[in-house]
Design a protein around this ligand. Sequence first.
Ligand SMILES: Nc1nc2c(c(=O)[nH]1)N[C@@H](CN(C=O)c1ccc(C(=O)N[C@@H](CCC(=O)O)C(=O)O)cc1)CN2
Length: 303
Amino acid sequence: MSQARIIDGKAIAASVRDEISSRSAALFEASGVRPGLAVVLVGEDPASQVYVRNKDATAAACGFHSVKHTLDADTSEADLLDLIGHLNEDAAIHGILVQLPLPGHIDESKVLRLIKPEKDVDGFHPVNVGLLTAGERDTALVPCTPAGSLVLLKRTLGDTLSGMNAVVIGRSNIVGKPMASLLLQESCTVTIAHSRTKDLPNVVRAADIVVAAVGRPEIVRGDWIKPGATVIDVGINRIPAPERGEGKNRLVGDVAFDEAVGHAGAITPVPGGVGPMTIAMLMANTLTAARRQLGLAEEAALF
Ligand SMILES: Nc1nc2c(c(=O)[nH]1)N[C@@H](CN(C=O)c1ccc(C(=O)N[C@@H](CCC(=O)O)C(=O)O)cc1)CN2
């Protein structure tokens, strides 16, 4: 059985970051403005701390003005809303990102809706969701993980995905739904599968493109994959790895990689696939947001 090509998300993310760094340098040269990103973390979730640190460091490495706000876990909703209000009015900040998940006492949707749509570099505000769903991707800010997944697909399959059967497993607002909208705009025939889908294996078997985003370790088995299909694994699941020592973990995706690699034509690994693209596309969105706020022309799309 032939082995799938492994899609190198780390390398592709590095090329996106390089492109954004040069575009950001050109913007600074022409206007004296650095794209400004504010990242807000509430609480001490260890994974979120790592992601926020990486976002802040990557923004600085791309030549951005980067500001990190770290708030205690018991910060009130009112104080968080107040901070967002200030960032909305700060002309040096073009993009605002509130790291999710938020502590339970804070209403996530209230917080995300307060961010000005033009500064919503996560693409979670209803205005950006609406634009994407209406097929106006080029005027929206698109959520970073689906945008990064589409970059990986196009770097693997070429720019034309038209007519392909795509199955997106998962219907979250962060990944599943926007991914389906993007693929629909690429003229794929899109199926959104989820926990209530009947006969998931056979639904997946019809797919030329599989995007797995359910958050269940290795739920997609190798023999579900149509020979030659392209598999994008969005899942990042930490599972016990006693073979590495007591209390140790390892990361796996939503796809049983070792099985799927013998069926797929191309597949993303976990780690090193979609994950690195999320932060690279945040940089792309921040630059786009800055250019729009400065009234400058759109640059060539990355996907
Ligand atoms: N406001 C947001 N919150 C969250 C988002 C988001 O897009 N916006 N996405 C996720 C977390 N996330 C970014 O915030 C993210 C997740 C994973 C990675 C990544 O590079 N993963 C690595 C593995 C990292 C590890 O060892 O744990 C990989 O897959 O190679 C980057 C960003 C939820 N919250």
